[in-house]
Design a protein around this ligand. Structure first.
Ligand code: SF4
Ligand code: SF4
Length: 281
């Protein structure tokens, strides 16, 4: 039987998911539960509870004879009511695709892109699928990047990395208490990946979210990352934005975005510590 993977969406052209123009593939499912996640509907797989079905204004959702929720993309108007309704941080609009299904979509944009970026959710939950997909994409001459939360130990199983041009790694927090509170997942494997990816020359970029009024937490993470990466890859400092963040966490983290001037303080710190490629978005 052919391998399939749950795909949340494919964006044919993106210039924010790695260098140049790329196709971005977002997989469903993530082992983290970050409080600041702005697309929490990608965290879990749908369990077909049916709660979102009655609210769909175009009848794009139905429950089939096996009790599974089915989505008809031709009827969907992308109103997101189902996502707002879902109590499980899931989405009914996920397609289980084979490598060939994905390749068919990528071939349409292939003349205009330099490569693809896989993201999520967390793309490395689909490692076996990625190995086949990247192998096919390389035959087309396309580069393959992974946008990862660092939860997968790349050194312990380097097969996916060996068919990829590299990883854009999130380092969300380094101070243990703040990390555990923010992410609900141990930080050790992420920090191990930071060192390992640097050592094999496959760290394409590091990303850290800068939170409003969190001087000590922001500084600890930025200082650690900057001292580790130096000038070996870009360091993207992303301003926290409340859009999409679950309400209970917005109440804690902020209902407003991190101000640019505040984030710039940490970019300056990163550059002082050697990360000359630090910038704010
Ligand atoms: S986004 Fe969800 S609720 Fe809205 S039309 Fe599509 S399936 Fe229905
Ligand atoms: S998307 Fe959420 S609400 Fe809809 S059926 Fe799946 S788990 Fe239930």
């Amino acid at each position: 039987m052919k391998k399939t993977a749950p795909v949340n969406k494919i964006i044919p052209f993106s210039n924010v998911d790695g260098p140049g123009n790329r196709t971005s593939i977002f997989f469903q499912g993530c082992p983290f539960n970050c409080r600041f996640c702005h697309n929490p509907e990608t965290i879990h797989l749908c369990i077909s509870c049916g709660a979102c079905v009655p609210g769909c204004p175009t009848k794009a959702l139905r429950i089939d004879k096996e009790g599974k929720v089915q989505w008809d993309s031709s009827l969907c108007v992308q109103c997101d009511t189902c996502i707002r309704t879902c109590p499980h941080d899931a989405s009914p609009r996920v397609r289980w695709m084979t490598v060939e299904d994905v390749m068919k979509e990528v071939r349409r944009s292939a003349p205009y892109i330099g490569g693809i970026t896989v993201s999520g959710g967390e793309c490395t939950l689909q490692n076996e699928f990625l190995i086949e997909l990247f192998t096919e994409l390389h035959k087309l001459g396309k580069t393959c990047l992974m946008d990862s939360n660092g939860s997968f130990d790349f050194e312990a199983d380097p097969r996916t990395l060996s068919v990829s041009e590299g990883v854009m790694l999130d380092v969300k927090a380094v101070e243990p208490g703040w990390n555990n509170h923010l992410i609900s997942h141990p930080r050790e494997v992420v920090l191990k990946n930071l060192d390992y990816l640097l050592s094999v020359g496959k760290l394409q970029e590091v990303r850290t979210v800068i939170f409003p009024h969190r001087d000590a937490e922001n500084e600890a993470t930025v200082r650690y990352v900057a001292e580790h990466i130096g000038n070996r890859c870009p360091y993207k400092l992303i301003r926290y934005r409340p859009f999409g963040v679950r309400e209970q966490y917005q109440a804690e983290l902020g209902t407003f975005s991190t101000e640019e001037a505040y984030a710039e303080r940490f970019a300056r710190l990163a550059r002082e510590k050697g990360a000359v490629g630090a910038f704010v978005v």
